[in-house]
Design a protein around this ligand. Structure first.
Ligand SMILES: O=C[C@H](O)COP(=O)(O)O
Length: 258
């Protein structure tokens, strides 16, 4: 895809074809449609036919992303799953390095994924995802992700939260550490994606620290409930309006300071 420099992109995660249809109604307000299966985990993988149907459902100019799962340290298994998501029509391939306890393990997994995906789809966008609350599950340190992503040939480093219990990205990784994550990702030539029960109130900070992609589900579901609620097109539009407001305010503050 073409990047609009210094623009925060909105990635929304439907869990079904029905929800993707609601995303399609709000297509002008979002940038990436991210297929996942939240009942299989934070980055739970959906079925190949759901990815395919969603690809056929959303406008062709919107990239479809797919989560490959909160994966174990099994590089062959994960590479094969990532290829499955690619063959099914996803061009963003997101891998949650849940079962990797060291950067070396994470790199093993991501190198396999990058090779499997790019052999089939050279311009695919592979995303290595860690977790801001890694300390709760014993997986690789979130600030190691930019280096893992760079050394394995990924296009982006991402953080989400592993445990969806109402705690949020900044509860586990305060803004100054998220800013460091973004800085390291950019220094490595990567895009920086952040998620984790993000709300509109977080958008000022996410904009200011230079985040490239914000991933959202709960905040655009009815009742803010990512499990029982369904994505609402008007909530996607409202979230986007807040993003745009913060982008304008930030641009104005930079212009004033300069
Ligand atoms: O990739 C982003 C996730 O879908 C975020 O979900 P959430 O906003 O409910 O934590």
């Amino acid at each position: 895809m073409r990047w609009k420099e210094a623009t925060l992109l909105l990635l929304i995660s439907p869990d079904s074809v029905e929800e993707a249809l609601d995303c399609a109604k709000a297509a002008e307000h979002l940038d990436i449609v991210d297929v996942k299966k939240p009942d299989e985990g934070s980055l739970g993988a959906n079925f190949p036919w759901v990815i395919r149907q969603i690809r056929d459902t959303v406008p062709a100019d919107k990239p479809v992303s797919a989560t490959v799962g909160d994966v174990p340290y099994k590089p062959g298994t994960v590479a094969q799953a990532a290829l499955g998501a690619t063959v099914s029509g996803a061009t963003y391939i997101k891998v949650g390095l849940y079962g990797c306890t060291t950067p070396e393990q994470a790199m093993d997994v991501m190198r396999g994924v990058v090779r499997a995906v790019k052999d089939y789809q050279p311009d695919a966008f592979v995303v290595a995802s860690g977790y801001a609350d890694a300390h709760r599950i014993g997986c690789v340190n979130p600030l190691a992700l930019p280096d893992i992503a760079r050394r394995s040939g990924c296009a982006a480093a991402m953080l989400d939260t592993a445990i969806k219990d109402g705690t949020r990205l900044f509860d586990h990784l305060p803004p100054e550490l998220c800013a460091e994550f973004v800085r390291q990702a950019h220094e490595a030539g990567l895009r920086a994606a952040l998620a984790g029960s993000v709300k509109a109130a977080d958008l000022g900070t996410l904009t200011r620290i230079g985040t490239d992609i914000v991933g959202v589900r709960g905040a655009v579901c009815e009742g803010g409930d990512r499990d029982a609620g369904r994505i609402q097109p008007q909530l996607v539009a409202a979230f986007r309006a807040e993003m745009d407001r913060h982008a304008r305010e930030y641009a104005a503050s930079v212009a004033t300071a300069g």
